[in-house]
Design a binder for this molecule. Structure first.
Ligand code: SAJ
Length: 430
């Protein structure tokens, strides 16, 4: 293969989001010249002015001092040795894979792809996407053959937003290649930037399957405890105590906790990619589909709990005011993708309640500017996201606002503190 670019230290990263931006800054920190690519000029300008589009400790640490250049022009990456695609892979309203952001990126890459370049996909995809969608598209539109003219690898991202311990540099990764040369080039790159381990997979499909399996595993385990929660609450058993008890077993048990729903751009999304691909190839992942169904039902169960709590004080949902604390999909971050909060709010409103949402990480989407404002005039409080700020919720504070119902969507509070102080408390499975 003509190595016109292979020895260049220039890297191109397509997509400057939760995955691409930390990766670009890491590569830059490790001595590569990095060009980031985004869709619109405003985003490019903000990043070139060192304004981060989201909260991330690694980004906040390295963005201001970096030499990262961000562009919207793909002709800026024709001299890159490696092009890394880090675009979203969402689902549509029918829970089917939406490959459009990925296809858009691939069309743009095809227009500028050079011989000798290595293309790496980090976006999470089902097995088969590299070999059945991306490589044929590049061949058709660039005329270049994978393996002969350019290399291709897949290294699924494992970013955990808001995690203070695991970041883009130290998380272990897996890599699959179109052929051995592709694999080894990709392994060399990741070993040059990561402190975590780099594990070779036997194929592109194995690497694609890895990430999907990791997140499907998590979704299934969450569904398991969610289903138990719905049952144990009728048996008078506190599921959280049971899980904590089971977790004292030092092996063969992994804790997951029930909640008001499963949000984020990974866990409630990735399994649908595998379900769709398996179905296309003649197998039905009934267990994984059922797990999705159970988790998707938790927002409705949460609305029922609010109804149950209000009924305890002889108030109908209709006409009551409910404070919803938290809109993001998990604590102390500003990401609300696939957050269960919105479905819960829709359910409460369709029952005739007025809702006052407050999330300190999403002021623009909150109805109240402060916790006190959110509590004023409320009949019940529902916690959806366990942000640190909500530790301020005490029985005394609720009584100050004449609120006597607390629904704990993340089993965040110590229930007896509230029950013993005249508050109607329901958690998820407790
Ligand atoms: N959730 C539960 N019960 C649990 C764990 C999570 O209901 O026991 C809910 C959360 O409230 C949230 C959703 O599931 O709404 C997703 O939570 P998450 O902790 O899995 O957060 P994510 O989506 O940021 O998941 C990421 C994933 N990382 C990647 O995909 C690279 C996931 O694989 C990690 O396991 C997870 O972080 C982690 O461990 O924190």
């Amino acid at each position: 293969m003509n190595n016109s670019t292979e020895n260049s230290k220039k890297i191109a990263v397509i997509g400057m989001g939760y995955v691409g931006l930390p990766l670009a800054l890491l590569a830059e920190k490790k001595g590569y010249r990095v060009t980031g690519l985004v869709k619109n000029k405003e985003k490019a300008e903000r990043l070139n002015n060192r304004i981060s589009p989201f909260h991330d400790a690694f980004v906040e640490k390295y963005l201001s001092g970096s030499h990262l250049t961000v562009s919207t022009d793909y002709t800026d990456i024709t001299d890159a040795a490696i092009i890394i695609i880090c675009v979203p892979t969402p689902i549509d309203t029918n829970h089917l894979p939406d490959y459009s952001p990925l296809l858009t990126a691939c069309h743009s890459v095809a227009a500028v792809l050079q011989t000798g370049q290595l293309l790496i996909l980090e976006s999470t995809v089902n097995p088969g996407v590299c070999e059945e969608i991306i490589i044929p598209l590049l061949k058709k539109e660039s005329g270049l053959m994978c393996g002969k003219d350019f290399h291709m690898a897949h290294c699924p991202e494992r970013i955990n937003p808001g995690d203070p311990e695991w970041n883009v540099e130290n998380i272990n990764r897996v890599v699959g290649g179109y052929d051995n040369e592709s694999l080894e080039r990709a392994v060399r790159f990741y070993e040059s930037v990561l402190t975590g381990t780099v594990t070779r997979m036997g194929s592109l499909k194995e690497a694609e399957a890895c990430k999907i399996v990791e997140n499907s595993f998590r979704d299934i385990n969450i569904a398991f405890v969610n289903e138990l929660a719905l049952s144990f609450s009728k048996l008078g058993i506190d599921i959280v105590n049971v899980i904590n008890g089971a977790s004292t077993k030092p092996f063969a048990f992994m804790t997951h906790y029930p909640g008001c729903g499963v949000g984020g751009h990974c866990i409630p999304v990735d399994p649908y990619y595998l379900i769709a691909y398996a179905k296309k190839n003649g197998s039905h992942l009934d267990f994984l589909s059922l797990a999705r169904k159970i988790n998707n039902h938790m927002p409705a169960e949460t609305v029922n709990l609010v109804m149950k709590g209000l009924n305890k004080i002889k108030k109908p949902v209709n006409g009551s005011k409910v404070t919803v604390l938290g809109l993001t999909y998990k604590a102390n971050i500003d990401d609300d993708r696939e957050s269960p909060a919105y479905e819960i709010i829709k359910g409460l409103k369709s029952g005739g309640a007025s809702v006052c949402a407050y999330d300190p990480f999403l002021p623009a989407r909150s109805d109240a500017g402060t916790l006190d404002e959110a509590l004023t005039g409320s009949d019940a409080v529902l916690l959806v996201t366990p942000h640190n700020e909500f530790k301020e919720i005490t029985p005394e504070l609720l009584h100050k606002y004449l609120i006597t119902v607390l629904i704990d969507g993340r089993n965040y509070f110590i229930k007896d503190d509230f029950i013993n102080n005249g508050i109607v408390y329901f958690g998820i499975g407790r």
